[in-house]
Write a new protein. Structure first.
Lengths: 147, 777
């Protein structure tokens, strides 16, 4: 499988998102908070007359927040079930080709990572953890409820 | 009916147009099956529609062509050139007739025997060309200019227009910040107006009344019942609900299927219905309504209902569930089994609904568009199917409010009224930690939006604005917000599931400046805010009673007149507020008059016609018989008259001065206005010092005068001995006793020594004085 992967940094770690599911990478401007929504919902933002639901990846993975330098927030825009989401990441690096099928990770990861992991994928940049976008969006609470 | 005919004409034109090429090709190759089929379909469609519309001439013609073509299709006959040209002649004539129908004229009488004969096998090839079928009308008729567009293209245009609006707003901000010439401003204004108009138009292109979906149902049911020997009455409601065009197409099939099912399986034969103690005629109700962010379509029949037990047995037999599982299902879950694939409850498959399309397909079709199908049924009493579909792209009129710096929208439909928390008629109190607002005697639960959302807000409860909300199916409650902004028509889109999970929101939308806004669900707010509906059903009645028992406060409208003076007018005489262009106010017959649509009213409150264009706002005052307009600058608030009125020295437009909301305000003398502006005809009602309490004219206009003359005013009935009764001429004197009666006449002509014209102020004052002095005689 020669799927393309987008390398992003979440909580200081380089991980891979399936590039096919990422529509674009944007810099988020103003965020409109959504009161009473789950914690990992950072708010709403607008992209060319579309509403984006912004996901705080750190919170979705139950990790402590990373300091945002300068307040510029990069985000990967994905579509799931007809809704558009922006996943806030620390940084976006590159698109690489996957050199292997995802293989299970046997090392003990944090519970958040464990949930969102689809396995390790070999790339030219080394082995990367492949992240499941839908799990990120669902957030910790939904996953706990489903468990 | 006209709509249906227009549809029919449009469809025929479409088919004729696309058929044009086919006909030529068929002529060249009469054995081309595909061409033959499409021509056959055309005449078949025309025939079918004609039966419905009663165009017998068109019907017989298309019928003959259909027969001939059917023979060819069945291989009973060869398509020879004679037949081809005969068919072509028929199609041409159908085209001409359709144009006549389109022009709205009646089809002329005539015979198409020549064409029909030509279709017969062995007929002469010669077909009379254009046998004066149709008058001149066909040539003159102008086709309605329509084209078909793909929805994608519309979407592209729409998002383009949305972006344009955002760009305009950006430009507007820049223009405000920099000083530009007036010409630039006015050019921008124009551009801005055009863009707004365009956005409106493009949004509406996607919207359609759901009527379009419902209009075919009665016909379908009629045909079905004819086939099945049943009688069904179709009741359709809510056709004016607007829904996205695409959405309407998506629910057409599921709806059709459910209606078919209801008629076929639900409603019993007349004899069975009589046996079951029901009316012979079954009732099928199809209704649509908007609820929050969804459109609900109910299909209700009063038929035999669904037997949950049988469903379970079938599902077990079909291997969908096992017996142990089946025993555990709740009533609702049992009914939901009808949506499982491979389950048909009808004992025999009929030609109507047994077509391989089951409820499972209905469900998956509805779910594909983000909708839900629900079923509820009582054996013997009927079935209710509910389609819930999201209202993507449905436009909602909404009010924008804010907490702190964040804006939200509230659907206009849920809002009953907006009042200020510190207004005279509003009191806020805390009962066991819960907020209660008493608004004009009505007690409603109050919640602060800031608390519900957990947002910081610098305002205290008293500084906020209360929005009285009435969620669909619930009781009213008041929502305190920091600030109320604007009415806007918003294009609402469903929010992501994680946001909907809060239960607070109905969707998201973009504000004019491009920032996202959350739209509230009024019922959800109440739920999250902890407002109980059953708890307060009893309270409002008690509160109202205590209010009416208290001092009768006179509601007044506080406003600024055109000169900026703070004035008040009794609310009872204000009919409504109008805004007119300044040109509509002109002097005429000795005073200023305003034209309001068809009527011309005298105008008070202005010395001369307004200058320099612009708009003028007017109160439209009504004494029950005639009307007077009163110009003003702005409305300040609603208030009630509690303080004493200090009467004016001379009669004039101002009756006196009083304190309203702690500041002095001049009270407008409506009686003087009507009297001085000669609002000719007057009403025939019953004033009194015993003044009848139910007479608005008396209470609003006469009462102040009578009171000013030193009377205490009581209601029309009672045991107290009154000095004076004022009665309108021709009315029954009230039951309460009185020493003296003044009769008021409705028109100046009818006044005589026994009665006074009701706007004859001097006469009235004299009579009042006389009665006061001679009281008891």
């Amino acid at each position: 499988m020669n799927a393309l992967l987008l390398i992003v940094t979440i909580a200081g770690q380089r991980v891979a998102l399936p590039a096919a599911s990422v529509e674009s990478v944007v810099e988020l401007e103003a965020l409109i908070p959504v009161p009473r929504a789950a914690e990992h919902i950072a708010g709403l933002s607008a992209l060319r007359s579309r509403v984006l639901t912004v996901i705080d990846c750190n919170k979705a993975l139950e990790l402590p927040a990373t300091a945002q330098p300068g307040g510029i927030r990069e985000a990967a825009v994905v579509e799931l079930d007809g809704h558009h989401y922006a996943l806030i990441v620390d940084g976006v690096e590159d698109v690489v080709e996957a050199l292997s099928e995802p293989a299970p990770v046997r090392a003990a990861m944090g519970p958040g990572w464990e949930r969102a992991s689809q396995g390790m994928v070999e790339t030219e940049e080394g082995a990367l953890l492949l992240i499941d976008v839908a799990t990120l969006i669902a957030g910790p609470e939904a996953s706990r409820a489903a468990a | 009916m006209d709509d249906l005919i227009a549809d029919f004409v449009a469809e025929c034109r479409d088919m004729l147009e696309s058929l044009g090429g086919e006909i030529v090709a068929w002529e060249a190759q009469p054995d081309d099956r595909a061409r033959l089929d499409s021509i056959f379909r055309f005449v078949h469609t025309v025939k079918g529609n004609c039966g419905f519309f009663e165009f017998p001439r068109l019907e017989s013609l298309s019928h003959a062509a259909e027969d001939a073509l059917a023979d060819v299709r069945a291989g009973r006959r060869q398509a020879d050139p004679a037949l081809v040209s005969a068919v072509l002649a028929v199609i041409d004539r159908i085209g001409e007739m359709v144009e006549v129908i389109a022009s709205g004229e009646k089809l002329p009488e005539g015979h198409d025997g020549d064409l029909i004969d030509a279709l017969q096998p062995g007929a002469e090839a010669a077909v009379p060309a254009a046998a004066a079928v149709v008058g001149e009308a066909a040539a003159r008729s102008v086709a309605p200019r329509t084209i078909r567009l793909s929805v994608e293209l519309l979407d592209r245009v729409m998002s383009g227009v949305s972006d344009m609006v955002l760009a305009r707003n950006e430009l507007a901000r820049r223009l405000r910040d920099s000083s530009v010439e007036v010409e630039v401003d006015s050019a921008f204004e124009r551009l801005s107006g055009i863009i707004a108009e365009m956005r409106d138009a493009i949004t509406r292109t996607r919207m359609q009344r759901i009527e379009n979906l419902f209009v075919g149902l009665p016909r379908m049911v009629r045909d079905l019942t004819g086939e099945l020997g049943k009688q069904v009455l179709v009741d359709i409601d809510g056709g004016d609900v607007e829904l996205d065009r695409e959405m309407i197409e998506m629910i057409r099939d599921p709806l059709t299927h459910i209606v078919r099912n209801a008629v076929d399986h639900g409603i019993e034969k007349p004899a069975d219905r009589l046996k079951a103690g029901k009316r012979e005629i079954g009732l099928l109700t199809v209704s649509a309504r908007q609820s929050g962010n969804q459109i609900l379509i109910d299909i209700v029949d009063d038929g035999r209902g669904i037997d949950g037990k049988k469903l379970v047995e079938k599902a077990v037999a079909a291997g969908i569930i096992d017996a142990a599982e089946g025993g555990k299902l709740s009533a609702k879950e049992r009914l939901a089994l009808i949506f499982e694939a491979g389950l048909s409850t009808a004992r025999e498959v009929t030609s109507i609904s047994g077509r391989g399309v089951g409820m499972d397909v209905v469900r998956s079709n509805v779910e594909r568009i983000g909708g839900v199908v629900e079923v509820d049924s009582r054996p013997g009493q009927g079935t209710r199917m509910t389609l819930r579909v999201p209202l993507t792209l449905t436009i909602i009129p909404a009010l924008t409010v804010s907490i702190g710096s964040q804006h939200f929208a509230i659907p206009r439909s849920a809002i009953e009224e907006i009042v200020r928390a510190n207004g005279e008629s509003v009191t806020l109190s805390q009962v066991g930690g819960a907020g209660v607002a008493t608004i004009r005697g009505r007690r409603v639960p109050e919640i602060a939006l800031a608390d519900v959302l957990g947002l910081p807000s610098a305002l205290s409860d008293e500084e906020r604005t209360l929005i009285v909300l009435k969620p669909a199916g619930g009781d009213v409650y008041a929502l305190a917000v920091d600030k109320v902004h604007d009415h806007e028509e918003l294009v609402v889109k469903p929010a992501a599931p994680a946001i909907m999970a809060t239960g607070l929101y109905a969707g998201t939308t973009l504000a004019d400046d491009g920032s996202p806004i959350l739209l509230f669900d009024a019922a959800g707010l109440a739920r999250v805010g902890g407002v109980r509906i059953e708890a307060q059903e009893r309270t409002p009645r008690g509160a109202e009673k205590s209010a009416s028992a208290g001092a009768a406060e006179v509601p007044v409208l506080l406003f600024r007149d055109v000169h900026g003076a703070r004035r008040a007018i009794r609310l009872g005489v204000v009919d409504r507020i109008e805004e007119v262009p300044a040109e509509a106010i002109q002097p005429g017959a000795g005073q200023l008059r305003v034209q309001l649509g068809e009527v011309i009213l005298p105008v008070a409150g202005l010395d001369r016609p307004p200058e320099g264009g612009g708009k003028v706002r007017l109160f439209r005052l009504n004494d029950g018989r005639s009307e007077v307009a009163l110009a003003f600058r702005e409305v300040i608030d609603m208030a009630s008259l509690a303080q004493e009125i200090i009467p004016a020295g001379v009669a004039g437009p101002v009756e006196g001065v009083t304190l309203v909301n702690g500041e002095p305000a001049e009270l407008v003398d409506a009686h003087w206005l009507f009297a001085s502006l000669g609002a000719g005809t007057a009403s025939a009602r019953t004033p009194l010092c015993r003044l009848p309490a139910d007479d608005a004219w008396m209470q609003n206009m006469l009462r102040p005068i009578v009171e000013a003359a030193g009377y205490r005013v009581v209601g029309g009935d009672g045991d107290e001995q009154a000095d004076l009764v004022i009665v309108a001429e021709g009315a029954e004197p009230p039951a309460g006793a009185a020493a003296r009666t003044i009769w008021l006449s409705a028109s100046p002509d009818a006044a005589n020594e026994n009665s006074i014209y009701r706007y004859d102020r001097a006469g009235l004052m004299q009579a009042l004085k006389g009665a006061a002095q001679g009281g008891g005689k």
